[in-house]
Design a protein around this ligand. Structure first.
Ligand SMILES: NC(=O)c1ccc[n+]([C@@H]2O[C@H](COP(=O)([O-])OP(=O)(O)OC[C@H]3O[C@@H](n4cnc5c(N)ncnc54)[C@H](O)[C@@H]3O)[C@@H](O)[C@H]2O)c1
Length: 336
């Protein structure tokens, strides 16, 4: 079996998921090194006694045996990590978004392309089994020509204000997944963005310079449409639903619940709440996306989602922010 050597940088919430998946499910991917600026070394040694650890990511990029790097550090450091990966000739998987600056994103995507570096982006929702089935049903023509996609994407609660301040804002941090999903399901490019941003959850979000609720309309080049509904706080859990309406029918993807019991009594009909948050709701998608990345390294399979997709989603996020600020529809061509 051909093997590749992988390194992971950043083992916080998402990095841990990727690290554990690599160790458990990919015998062809050898985790050669892990780096994290702040992770306590003693804890790491206890949890992963057989892995090599460094608090300096540069060491990991300097290691000539490493073939590819999985970048899971905070967004503000992605650009520096991607630069180092390109400089050291390592293929990379990077969590979303590529960077908060559109210009830097463009430059990094072009540099990786020119250097022949494979750059996969962590738009994991594409690989969720239910969304993947919706995608296949759409592509097979089962619901005819797609006219409208509706995406509901609500977090279960506000992240810490410190996180919000450094996140790049709701569109760049959270809705970017939904912008990618809309492009992916439609298989078309966005022409115009019209968004409304609100603070309905907590006025502190406004003080932090962000919004906590957004309604975004995407007009595609062929006149079809997407409507995206985001909130940072749904009291009933992580609300992730999609509806796709076409000339021959409709597809609905409902929430994944803690269990499938439906209890009927004299008060009403009761079901469990949706799964709590991304770690459990999207567990299968994180595993599936890594399967694609490893497959592209080991078997030269094409990457299913790359830097250019990251750039296009970032363009939509920038246009959405501009639309809120200026209170008008914004053409993507105005941004690019
Ligand atoms: N695809 C998804 O569903 C998803 C979910 C959550 C987060 N993310 C993205 O993943 C990235 C990380 O988010 P998170 O929630 O895991 O963050 P986190 O804060 O939980 O983890 C980040 C880790 O990186 C380490 N770190 C910080 N700066 C570093 C540096 N310069 N070098 C090395 N290590 C460094 C921190 O010590 C921490 O352990 C963000 O870009 C975020 O947008 C994606």
């Amino acid at each position: 079996m051909k093997k590749i050597n992988i390194a992971i940088v950043g083992i916080g919430r998402i990095g841990k998921i990727h690290l554990n998946n690599m160790l458990r499910y990919f015998p062809e991917a050898n985790v050669l090194a892990v780096a994290d600026l702040n992770y306590p070394i003693a804890d790491f040694k206890k949890e992963f006694p057989n892995l090599s650890f460094s608090s300096d990511p540069a060491e990991l990029f300097a290691n000539k045996q490493v073939d590819a790097v999985v970048i899971c550090t905070p967004t503000s450091s992605h650009a520096a990590m991607i630069e180092m990966a390109i400089q050291s000739g390592k293929h990379l998987f990077c969590e979303k978004p590529v960077d908060l600056s559109l210009q830097r994103t463009k430059v990094l995507v072009e540099k990786a392309e020119a250097a022949g570096i494979k750059m996969m982006l962590g738009f994991n929702r594409r690989f969720d089994p239910d969304f993947l089935t919706a995608y296949k049903n759409i592509r097979s023509g089962r619901i005819g020509d797609v006219q409208v996609v509706k995406i509901t994407s609500r977090d279960p609660g506000l992240p810490p204000l410190e996180y919000i301040k450094n996140s790049g804002g709701l569109f760049m941090d959270m809705a970017i997944h939904d912008f990618d999903m809309a492009r992916y399901l439609m298989g078309k490019e966005v022409k115009e963005v019209y968004a409304k941003g609100l603070v309905l959850v907590d006025p502190k979000v406004k003080e932090a310079g962000d919004i906590d609720t957004a309604l975004t309309n995407l007009l595609f080049e062929d006149g079809s449409y997407a409507v995206i509904d985001n909130s940072r706080k749904a009291v009933y859990g992580y609300d992730q639903r999609v509806e796709v309406f076409g000339s021959k029918g409709m597809i609905q993807v409902e929430n994944n619940l803690h269990n499938r019991n439906v209890v009927f009594d004299s008060e009403g009909i009761h079901q469990s709440l949706p799964l709590d948050f991304f770690m459990d709701r999207y567990a299968a998608s994180y595993l599936n996306e890594m399967r694609y990345f490893v497959d592209s390294l080991v078997n030269q399979a094409p990457l299913p989602v790359g830097g250019l997709d990251g750039l296009k989603a970032t363009l939509i996020a920038v246009a959405a922010k501009k639309s809120v600020e200026e209170g008008r529809p914004v053409l993507i061509s105005e941004i690019s």
